[in-house]
Design a protein around this ligand. Structure first.
Ligand code: 13P
Ligand code: SF4
Length: 328
């Protein structure tokens, strides 16, 4: 094992205090060495690390400059003065950051960090949906490629999907590609939504029976669900929201015991900030998010890899769909 020196471990002691409840002490010297190097590289490169809420605690709490849900990462990417953005998340998030910062270098530490929703639909599919439902506006979840965004009227995230749908005031709306998000938003807004059959491979695994079993095993537990979960799961939950929405619920309501029906690292990251809350963890891992590691972030900053590029033929139209969402 390639451990850090006693000096790097000592320097990072205050950081370790933050995450000691979720990272075993024996793992820390390896992380400390990478964290030390990344902090120095960020300074040298005038770089910021934007990390999604599903990143592991050593990334989320120790090297990220900005953390949040997809909406917050898009907003913050649009604001930063840094020359280089390292997106610790999946490819569509890095692409969104690049759309909003065409003149900056946006790096994704592992370009294979995909998303089952993004790979469920192509630009040609969106064009077919438009033909089938003429005149219906197309709302595209940000969990899509730039080429798909370019075929859309406006983007949305899990944090603002209902708001975006209400803003259209249309009778029929096409919402792509997450079937469950679309059905959950239709239930919330009463809108007539045509969906696509894309699913998040992490959230589709939660079931209503699992929620009922959790309530029996842990009386009084608060169940929070991400809206990528099937509608029958959301119906059994106490509250549904984006990853930031779920974290805000815990911060606001301080439940004694909670379960977050979402990706595993989310509970670790929120638990660090709320030691008074007991987190029950029947979570599911996102293999794409887990491709991002401290070692890959370090390599990205050392060798300036992998820069995100967007086909100029789609970039302008994709940017307009994201900017329309941010303007709401
Ligand atoms: P949020 O926008 O809620 O962070 O969700 C992103 C995502 O990929 C959820 O699976
Ligand atoms: Fe995509 Fe689901 Fe992973 Fe989020 S958790 S990146 S929606 S596969």
């Amino acid at each position: 094992m390639n451990s850090g020196t006693p000096a790097t471990t000592a320097r990072s002691a205050p950081l370790y205090e933050r995450v000691s409840s979720v990272i075993p002490a024996i793992e820390w010297p390896v992380f400390a060495k990478e964290i030390d190097a990344i902090i120095e590289l960020k300074r040298m490169r005038n770089a910021v690390v934007l990390a999604h809420n599903y990143q592991t605690p050593e990334i989320f709490h120790c090297v990220a400059d900005i953390v949040g849900d997809s909406l917050a990462l898009a907003r913050e990417a649009a604001k930063t003065d840094a020359e280089v953005i390292v997106l610790a998340g999946v490819h569509f998030m890095a692409e969104t950051a690049k759309l909003l910062n065409p003149d900056k270098t946006v790096l994704i530490p592992d370009p294979a960090a995909g998303c089952s929703l993004a790979s469920s639909i192509t630009a040609a599919d969106v064009r077919l949906m438009r033909k089938r439902y003429p005149g219906a506006p197309v709302v595209t979840y940000v969990n899509t490629s730039a080429a798909v965004k370019a075929e859309s009227d406006v983007c949305c995230t899990s944090g603002n999907a209902a708001k975006v749908v209400r803003s259209l005031g249309e009778r029929k709306i096409i919402m792509l590609p997450d079937e469950y998000l679309a059905r959950n938003v239709a239930a919330e807004t009463g809108a007539d939504i045509v969906a696509w059959a894309g699913h998040c491979e992490v959230h589709e695994r939660f079931t209503a029976a699992e929620v009922r079993a959790l309530r029996q095993q842990h009386p009084g537990i608060i169940v929070l669900a991400h809206p990528e979960c099937p509608p029958e799961v959301v119906a059994e939950a106490d509250c549904a929201g984006s990853t930031a929405g779920l974290a805000d619920y815990v911060a606001r309501e301080r439940p004694a015991r909670v379960v977050l029906l979402t990706e595993c690292s989310m509970s670790d990251n929120v638990a660090v900030q709320h030691p008074e809350t007991e987190f029950i963890r029947p979570c599911n891992l996102c293999p794409h998010m887990k491709r991002i590691t401290l070692a890959k972030i370090r390599r990205a900053l050392e060798s300036m890899t992998h820069p995100v590029t967007i086909d100029p033929a789609v970039a302008g139209r994709a940017r307009a769909a994201v900017e329309r969402m941010l303007a709401l």
